[in-house]
Design a protein around this ligand. Structure first.
Ligand code: KG4
Ligand code: ZN
Length: 366
């Protein structure tokens, strides 16, 4: 079998993702000019293992990663036609996330690095989401970014690789969490986001009068707990729910989310416009699992246009967790000499902007 070798100045990086309920391995090439190419990207979802519990069970997740990660690495290397020896480095998500899964991925990555003598990169999962548009669209910092996932909802100024300024965060639930909880209370399957989006297709967004959280608020933050509770109250009032009730509640929830998030993004755009280089291409990047939502994407394309920003988001399958984003973040760091020792810790909490002020609120996610 002919093997792929990296050209001079380019790199081949293996990326491992095990921070939540997806086990993933990928091989990505980064050329000397900084362009990216995915050679293999295999993702094994654990949804069926957690479904009966109605949420991700950390111990089950960690065991499932242990069971399948080595086979996924083999698959990714074979598909990419790359041998371990051909790699320039090995990257693994080291946080934030569930500690058991992070230990599985990071320890596997370190073992491979030790055995092959290749450099190891401990990747921040949020940074991997943030940099994916470099791989898919060739977008380089600085840019404004909305990061929306199962655990985080933040507006960030991506100043450079490894350099982030957090402008806003959620003061309670993350947006993906709100989607997942809404799905659960309406009896929809996991993962909740795609299920709510699908059910909403047949719904009337105007039937239920749901709140638009934080609309017009001077502070830049997000909040979704009140909206989720309002959906619960509306669902209780309409019980037993018919499929069209569920569709209308999902459509109403999604319309409220779009209105609230658009308002927060408008506010952030007003704030960052003066600090971005003038007359420059001003990218607005949306990333993380919820960025796979077509309705939210369409709403944010309009907001970006209104403010002179250019909308970018990874293709749908690279919004949700995958190994290619970890490999790419690893390649970007490797290109800058940012490698880690084999005693690099896993970090269940790992904010992109360690200097961000704490937002006041109930269950604030850093
Ligand atoms: O980034 P991600 O795969 O994992 C984390 O880092 O958390 O994001 C997962 C989240 C889940 O809450 C899932 O329900 C949500 O992203 N999600 C969506 C969609 N696809 C995934 N939410 C809304 N619409 C979608 N199409
Ligand atoms: Zn993620």
């Amino acid at each position: 079998m002919p093997y792929v070798h990296s050209a001079p100045g380019s790199s081949l990086v293996l990326g491992l993702e095990t921070s939540c309920d997806e086990t993933a391995a990928a091989v990505v090439e980064r050329t000397a000019s900084g362009a990216g190419r995915i050679l293999a990207n295999v993702v094994l979802s654990q949804f069926d293992k957690h479904a009966i519990y109605g949420g991700v069970v950390p111990e089950i997740a960690a065991r499932a990663h242990t069971d399948s990660l080595d086979q996924l690495i083999r698959l990714a290397l074979d598909e990419a036609k790359v041998r371990l020896d051909d790699l320039s480095g090995i990257a693994a998500a080291a946080g934030p996330g569930l500690v058991g899964g992070l230990i599985v991925g990071a320890t596997t990555g370190k073992a491979l690095a030790l055995a092959t003598g290749k450099p190891f990169v401990a990747v921040n999962h949020l940074e991997a989401h943030a940099l994916t548009v470099g791989l898919t669209d060739g977008i380089r910092p600085p840019y404004l970014m909305l990061l929306v996932s199962g655990g985080h909802t933040q507006l960030l100024l991506v100043e450079d690789v490894g350099q982030y300024r957090r402008l806003a965060t959620t003061i309670d639930d993350a947006l993906g969490e709100a989607y997942d909880k809404t799905a659960k209370l309406l009896g929809l399957p996991m993962p909740g986001g795609p299920a709510v989006e699908k059910a909403a297709l047949d719904g009337n967004p105007a039937r239920f009068d749901l709140p638009r959280p934080m609309l017009g608020r001077e502070d830049p933050h997000f909040s979704f707990a009140g909206l989720k509770t309002a959906v619960r109250h509306a669902a209780v009032r309409s019980a037993p729910l018919s499929p069209s009730d569920v569709a209308d509640l999902c459509a109403g929830f999604q319309a409220a989310v779009c209105a609230s998030v658009s308002d927060r993004v408008r506010r952030a755009m007003t704030t960052v416009l003066p600090v971005l280089p003038e007359n420059d291409h001003k990218p607005f990047v949306v990333a993380g699992g919820v960025a796979a939502n077509r309705v939210l994407r369409a709403a944010l394309v309009n907001v970006a246009e209104d403010f002179g920003f250019v909308f970018h988001a990874p293709p749908l399958d690279l919004c949700t967790d995958n190994g290619a984003m970890i490999a790419w973040a690893g390649a970007e760091r490797l290109a800058r000499g940012l490698v880690d020792d084999l005693d690099a810790p896993v970090r269940p909490r790992w904010p992109l902007d360690p200097n961000a002020a704490k937002a006041a609120g109930a269950g604030v996610k850093a």
